[in-house]
Design a protein around this ligand. Structure first.
Ligand SMILES: [Zn+2]
Length: 168
């Protein structure tokens, strides 16, 4: 989960919502390959009633997952947020395995600590990985497609900038 640090929710037009969703989908496909999640089936759902930017529900048994994305996710946050949610499949997978096997012996306070550590671990990894990724990409600026992708929020091959979310 990535928490929404903004206070008040914004109302966002359908057009902007579909741009955010398309952008999330693009980054999802990009990270999916790099994270070896090619066999997984993903669904991105846009929600206007969640008080966080994104969360993921995954099923290791069926290799499928649903990523819930807030309709007021700033489009430039999409790359790192999607990466963060995908990493949860691994970090949460470890925690879930331990809890499924030994959950009865784990005290609630320790369970909470496992969830907190999972979140901290996922946030640190996604932030670090994305920072490294951006720096590496800067050294390959001749790669125009990647450069466009890294502008944050701009779709590959799309020349005009997407609308920024606005109040209606
Ligand atoms: Zn998270």
């Amino acid at each position: 989960m990535v928490r929404n640090h903004q206070g008040q929710r914004k109302r966002v037009s359908r057009k902007v919502i579909s741009q955010i969703q398309a952008n999330c989908q693009l980054w999802l496909e990009h990270w999916q390959k790099l994270l070896h999640l090619g066999l997984w089936q993903f669904t991105i759902e846009m929600h206007n009633d969640i008080d966080y930017w994104a969360s993921i529900e995954y099923e290791w048994d069926y290799l499928r997952a649903t990523i819930k994305v807030s309709t007021d996710l700033p489009i430039e946050a999409a790359p790192e947020v999607i990466l963060h949610e995908l990493l949860h499949i691994y970090t949460g997978g470890v925690r879930d395995f331990v809890l499924a096997k030994y959950g009865k012996e784990v005290k609630p306070i320790d369970k909470q600590q496992m969830y907190n550590l999972n979140e901290a671990c996922t946030s640190t990894m996604s932030h670090l990985y994305f920072e490294l990724y951006k720096r590496l990409a800067k050294t390959y600026q001749e790669n125009q497609a990647l450069k466009e992708l890294l502008k944050g929020g701009v779709l590959i091959g799309q020349t005009d900038k997407p609308e920024t979310p606005h109040a209606e």
